[in-house]
Design a protein around this ligand. Sequence first.
Ligand code: 5GP
Length: 198
Amino acid sequence: MRGKLIVISGPSGVGKSTVVKEVMAQCETLQFSVSATTRPMRPGEVDGKNYYFVSRDTFQRLIDEDQLLEYAEYVGNYYGTPVGPLDEALAAGRDVLLDIEVQGALRVKSRRPDAILIFMLAPSFQDIEARLYGRGDTAPELILGRLERARWEYTQAVNYDYLVVNDNVDKAVSEILAILKAEKCKAPERLHLLKEDN
Ligand code: 5GP
């Protein structure tokens, strides 16, 4: 059985990385899709684990060689999903989780209609602002760009399959795990159970 492609989006400041990290920790069979990006590395990030940090030239080469399933510009930097490792994992039956922004997520859905799209909301918009300013790892002028982008991203949430509110990390994590479980119980996934010799 092919693995599931799970896409999680949510504006910067929604607390998505914490939730995604916890989902990965609790679901051993899930593989995280490591994106390529031209954004500078933040303190604590590891090349090849959080992202592949690449130059603009290298990113352009990945596009030219058709090595990205999707890519998007996000507040001045490029981000893209390497297609090779993703397809390898799916073909081997492993589920893959993508943490990507809205434009990329919608592009994935159009290229892979069976992808499961989850949008993460903050309890309120003020919450997003407070978190972005409080985090201290993004320059104030970039925060304004991210807030503007967050407003636009919210308008796109209707195109997603599931909405999860991050008012509590444990709750958000368990909802995402429940979505995965339910997707695996869908009839087309389980038709083999109906065979007589089963
Ligand atoms: P950050 O710079 O905070 O790590 O990420 C900024 C945004 O880029 C986040 O919304 C994140 O989900 C998104 N992102 C990360 N990787 C990719 C990718 O491969 N493709 C797209 N379209 N967005 C990505």
